[in-house]
Design a protein around this ligand. Sequence first.
Ligand code: AMP
Length: 196
Amino acid sequence: MRLILLGPPGAGKGTQASRLVAKHGIPQLSTGDMLRAAVGSGTPVGLKAKAVMDSGALVSDDIVVGIVSERIEEDDARRGFILDGFPRTVAQAEALGAMLRRKGLKLDAVIEFAVDESALLSRIEKRAAETVATGGTVRADDNPEALKKRLAAYREQTAHLVDYYRRTGELRTVDGMASINTVASSIDAILAEAVS
Ligand code: AMP
């Protein structure tokens, strides 16, 4: 099963992706996580990406397409994967389409999390507080200033993907403001239909 989860920061993509990983035994490929790992280990990609990520802007398409293309070649992604945070631009979506066509693969669904933007700041603040409470380190971009920029980047670039995937007929939408369980059921219904 190959899926894309699409939605602004704080929409609940990560939560649903973790559940789908456990349920379907396929990896969650989060470009944000991969980039943070690269920053953490000080690789050349990490060094290039760090300042851009901290500010909340988008890392260049070349870098991100490169890491995804390598990652989906790995063994654990052979049976499928959940893309979280990628693609973020139409150029990335086109590159992904070309990548999959070359490998003779196709997407099963693109799931958009529709959310009320005004609720996102409090969700991000809650995520930061929970991280602190559990002794974790808060992400450098989980603060109001960077969130504003991440939302602006979403509106300017990523929102176009919704139109893109609507045109390809792959787009499905769930209500990201519903409870975690309700969103989970909606996703399961979409997937049951997609693979039937
Ligand atoms: P996320 O964890 O998905 O919120 O991503 C955190 C940050 O990583 C973003 O604000 C971007 O700076 C960078 N990033 C993650 N995925 C992408 C992507 N597909 N394209 C460009 N930048 C990305």
